[in-house]
Design a protein. Structure first.
Length: 283
């Protein structure tokens, strides 16, 4: 693996801070991530933010096919040259913003669902994750690198300050575990915080299914929007079409104390509350 500093200098390029470009500079870490991800010969992989190919190349050496998404046109030219030098022919480079990629279309190339991988830019991590949740029927699982503070929020249990909306949304529909911690020193340029790779395995069966998933996510958003308030006040003061009396009624019907706060609710309780509200509002 050629040093990112050397590659960029050879192409007269600089990392673009606006695009959150921090390139993995350790080939051993890249190989470790791909190995722990369990990339198999039959996998079709969608890589988010291919960059200089630190993950693209070891993924391509294991997978059937790789759709490597990279928005920066300068980097796609560089990566195309690197892939040709390695004689790698199973990578399709997509010069696009990941938010404009049609996952359904790509998933038609496999009967297993896509394996999504990537080092997510910090400023877009939440948006990309919500997009994957929405399109998860086309994804078997995702192995994604987040800045450590966001990874901790996604793994957080009820009762702590890290527990929040995005973690509840993700863990409602997926099993999430930590795969690899990566020090900030392993990147160029070096970010201010370490990173963590998470393994996200989307559920196909739910122990606590929501009657209306959109309602569930609206309830979670409303509950955490003013997390210092009680659930009754958060729900009644939100954009949900309910008043304080209806909020109280739904909370009592869900066997949830109206004086509790959002950070204390387990995911099954959020589901029960959203199911009550769906019934109350006549879904």
């Amino acid at each position: 693996m050629t040093s990112p500093r050397v590659l960029l200098k050879a192409w007269n390029l600089r990392p673009r801070k606006r695009m959150g470009q921090n390139f993995l500079a350790n080939a051993n870490i890249a190989q470790q991530i791909v190995a722990r991800a369990g990339v198999a010969a039959e996998d079709v992989v969608l890589e988010i933010g291919a960059g200089l190919g630190a993950l693209t190349i070891p993924i391509a050496q294991r997978a059937a096919r790789v759709f490597a998404v990279e928005k920066d046109r300068h980097l796609t030219k560089l990566l195309q040259t690197e892939l040709a030098a390695q004689r790698i022919a199973n990578v399709v480079l997509l010069e696009k913003d990941i938010r404009q990629v049609d996952l359904q279309k790509l998933a038609q190339t496999t009967d297993r669902g896509l394996l999504v991988m990537g080092n997510l830019p910090y400023n877009l991590s939440s948006q990309i994750l919500v997009g994957l949740i929405d399109a998860r029927r086309f994804v078997q699982r995702a192995v994604l690198m987040f800045q450590k503070e966001l990874a901790q929020r996604l793994l957080a249990q009820p009762g702590g300050r890290d527990y929040g909306r995005l973690g509840v949304m993700l863990r409602y529909c997926a099993e999430v575990s930590s795969l690899v911690d990566v020090k900030a020193t392993q990147f160029f340029p070096q970010p201010q915080i370490d990173s963590t790779v998470l393994d996200v395995r989307f559920r196909r069966h739910y122990d606590y299914p929501a009657r209306d998933e959109a309602m569930l996510f609206h309830v979670v958003k409303a509950a955490f929007a003013q997390r210092r308030k009680t659930l009754k006040n958060s729900l009644a003061g939100s954009q949900l079409p309910i008043d304080a009396h209806q909020a109280m009624e739904a909370l009592h019907a869900s066997d949830i104390d109206p004086g509790r706060r959002a950070e204390t609710l387990a995911i099954p309780e959020f589901v029960a509350l959203s199911n009550c509200l769906s019934h109350m509002l006549g879904d």
